[in-house]
Write a protein that binds this ligand. Structure first.
Ligand code: SAM
Ligand code: SF4
Length: 332
């Protein structure tokens, strides 16, 4: 049984949320006071996650991405990475982690040793005061120290930095981020602000389109498009014409890429979401804990994927309905 949806899209990428909790409170994601957290007994255990991941890999998933909330606050993360690495023999091609970077200064070595091969670090500002304002935590130095530590482990590559681009916030740092991509071994990517913030403050005027950012960088130092053989890639990739550095632009609002979407998500409490903007979820935790066989779980997964949404409707006015959960609860 393969994970193909009703539009013929084969799923290849499973994002697994390890927790809905976080040590940051980014304004575009979580309220200042946090959210009602999931009780621990509803979180999938590592053996449960590994079992579902194995089933998904056997159905054609090639990339696993661990996320949250903040995945590094889940105790024993390197152990889970070791368990998932075992799926390489079954068809898994890459295992990555998306993190706010706060713990990397102490955790990077253990992650490398456990077999992590790729990482995405979120970093929205290189200016201490702005970083504090956007994350509501005065921790820029710790994240930068974490990035410096990561550089010591060449087995974790690429190191991608993701910056959420927001109007009247990001513009004055575009070139600083471009310099970072040229001077350090980081692929720097801008991602457009999406209506997934728990506070519900998203407005179209706050979206800073990727094209505008790219044009600013291109006027400074010419960029050349990288032809990505992977059609399902979310980022438009560019390298600098002189060969030094790579940048990416993830433009889900201004240039949706739903037609080639191959992603599904498993929430920390074991629900399958077939779109970031899903209104409905499919419960895998209950059958899993009620003794369902691998075949039965695979059938539930296949059925959920069969109903995957064609596209998001952010640009369709009243047809757009906010997702049933916000970003940190889904696993971005
Ligand atoms: N805590 C980790 C982190 O921040 O990298 C992992 C989870 S976080 C939800 C995953 C990614 O979603 C981050 O890169 C974050 O910047 C992004 N994100 C969160 N809310 C967003 C929003 N409303 N629009 C666009 N990206 C968002
Ligand atoms: Fe936490 Fe990541 Fe959301 Fe920021 S974007 S509040 S770091 S889950």
């Amino acid at each position: 049984m393969r994970l193909v949806d009703s539009y013929g899209r084969q799923m290849g990428d499973l994002r697994i949320s390890l927790t809905d909790r976080c040590n940051f409170r980014c304004v575009y994601c979580m309220p200042a006071d946090g959210l009602p957290w999931l009780p621990n007994e509803r979180l999938l255990t590592f053996p449960e996650i590994a079992r579902l991941a194995r089933i998904a890999v056997r159905m054609g998933i090639r990339d696993l991405r661990l996320t949250g909330g903040e995945p590094t606050i889940r105790p024993g993360l390197p152990h889970l990475i070791r368990m998932l690495q075992a799926l390489r023999g079954e068809g898994l091609e890459s295992l990555s982690l998306t993190t706010n970077g706060l713990q990397l200064a102490t955790l990077a070595g253990e992650l490398a040793e456990a077999g992590l091969t790729r990482i995405n670090v979120s970093l929205d500002s290189l200016v201490r005061e702005k970083f504090h304002r956007v994350t509501r935590r005065d921790c820029l130095d710790r994240v930068l120290a974490g990035l410096a530590e990561l550089e010591k482990y060449p087995s974790i590559r690429p190191i991608k930095i993701n910056a959420v681009a927001m109007r009247d916030f990001t513009e004055d740092e575009i070139l600083a981020f471009a310099r970072l991509a040229r001077e350090r071994p980081f692929v720097v990517r801008f991602i457009e602000f999406m209506p997934l913030d728990a506070d519900g403050n998203w407005r179209r005027e706050l979206v800073l389109p990727g094209r505008e950012i790219r044009e600013r960088i291109n006027a400074w130092r010419p960029l050349v498009r990288i032809d990505d053989p992977d059609q399902s890639s979310t980022a438009q990739r560019y390298r600098f014409a002189d060969g030094v550095g790579e940048m990416g632009f993830i433009n889900p609002v201004s240039e949706p890429f739903c037609a080639h979407c191959n992603r599904i998500r498993l929430t920390a409490d074991g629900q399958i979401r077939t779109c970031l903007f899903s209104i409905d979820e499919t419960d895998l935790r209950t059958p899993l804990r009620n003794g369902a066989s691998d075949e039965e779980l695979a059938a539930i997964l296949a059925m959920a994927v069969g109903q995957k949404e064609l596209k998001h409707k952010i640009n369709e006015g009243a047809a757009f309905q906010r997702a049933s959960r916000s970003m940190s609860q889904i696993g971005g």
